[in-house]
Design a protein. Structure first.
Length: 398
């Protein structure tokens, strides 16, 4: 039987939890010494022992767990998860009926009331991603709830936590149903993507950028030269090429990026002769471009929040201004810089100050054309704004 422990909320956090804040932080609760096992149900009480909420203990980079319910008598079981998944699916019915997109997020963690878990849909296949051992201890009930709620071809999982030797019973990411073809071809706004559901921590595409890619294709790519940095599998380059770009250059440090990017071009019948794919440290490539006097009509910057290579360490909060300055120098007049970050430790307002600082230090002028945050399927809680981590700004250089 699952453990359940009553914990007092630190008085300074009581109002936040009463108003719907979902993250359980280490400083928000008293008597943590009473809690040992991840997955333990936590009943949060105020200083008068009045019920506030019910959640679970599960360590991840954001905190120590998540609120699951504000109903005292609720039982966290299969039926509870069925209700959550049904609500999430109802919210995304238009995606299920789309003829042009067959890959999207079905359940987005705390945005759908299940912090620590995401569920993605890939043309009939479902992928669950667990972000703590705590939420993973509910796997049996959550899996049964998903199976009872949807029809599926197959179900996969990713474990994004440090198991320290635990939960290694799974030999691969496949759970049940039929295995997906390799690659599995999915659609996004009528473009094709080759994804692999059982090939490491990532599948080959980040679904949160769908609206940004469509905008590049439909409004900015035609007739332009495009540099895509930190390109991963080349998704931005694919949409630029489909939008009529004269040529694309994709740069990423990972060796496998070349083959993966070529594959994405090929499944869209794009001529590889007009596409350059370079395996190189992005900062080294910037220096090369300046030395060779290369410039581009569009530069896409989508770095990880934190990255380390042999010569460079990149932190979005500390180094994005430097990155922008490198890009500005090789962007043509009237060109576009697509500046993107998924760093959750600063907001859009601060991100725009990075942009202002970079242009000011180079004595260059710019305008912001449009901005993007998470798309509809990446639902965000009104009481947890930091969950809306994606910030994308289309900048025109004058």
């Amino acid at each position: 039987m699952r453990k359940s422990i009553d914990l007092k909320v630190n008085p300074t956090f009581v109002n936040a939890y009463k108003n719907g804040y979902p993250l359980i932080s280490p400083e928000s609760l008293e008597n943590w010494s009473k809690v040992e096992d991840e997955g333990t149900i936590l009943t949060l009480l105020d200083d008068k022992n009045k019920f506030i909420a019910k959640g679970y203990f599960g360590k991840q980079n954001k905190g120590y767990g998540w609120i699951l319910s504000r109903k005292k008598e609720v039982t966290i079981d299969k039926d509870f998860f069925v209700k959550k998944i049904k609500e999430a699916i109802t919210y995304r019915q238009d995606f299920y009926h789309s003829e042009v997109t067959t890959a999207f997020r079905v359940l987005n963690g705390e945005g759908d009331g299940l912090g620590g878990l995401t569920i993605d849909y890939f043309d009939g296949y479902y992928l669950l991603t667990w972000y703590s051992i705590g939420i993973y201890t509910f796997k049996e009930d959550i899996l049964k709830a998903l199976q009872a709620t949807v029809s599926y071809k197959g179900i996969y999982q990713k474990k994004r936590f440090d198991a320290k030797g635990q939960y290694l019973d799974d030999t691969d990411d496949f759970i049940c149903g039929q295995k997906a073809p390799e690659p599995l071809i999915v659609k996004e706004n009528d473009a094709n993507f080759a994804v692999y559901l059982d090939d490491g921590a990532m599948v080959g595409i980040f679904l949160d950028q769908k609206e940004v890619r469509k905008t590049i294709r439909d409004k900015y790519a035609k007739g332009n030269t495009v540099l895509n940095t930190f390109s991963y599998t080349g998704a931005f380059s694919v949409f630029a090429a489909l939008g009529g770009a004269n040529d694309t250059t994709s740069v990423d440090l990972a060796n496998r990026s070349r083959k993966k990017t070529q594959e994405q071009f090929l499944v869209n019948n794009i001529d590889l002769e007009k596409q350059k794919i370079i395996v190189e440290d992005v900062f080294n490539y910037f220096k090369y471009a300046v030395r060779k006097k290369l410039s581009f009509d569009m530069v896409v910057l989508d770095p990880p929040s934190f990255a380390r290579s042999k010569k460079h360490t990149f932190s979005a909060s500390k180094d994005y201004v430097k990155l922008l300055k490198e890009a500005i120098q090789i962007t043509n007049r009237n060109g576009i810089i697509v500046a993107s970050t998924n760093a959750s430790n600063f907001d859009m307002k601060r991100f725009k100050t990075f942009i202002e600082k970079a242009f000011k230090e180079l004595n260059e002028k710019y305008s912001i054309e449009e901005t993007f945050s998470l798309p509809k399927d990446f639902r965000v809680s009104d009481t947890f704004k930091e969950g809306n981590y994606l910030k994308v700004v289309f900048i025109r250089k004058y």
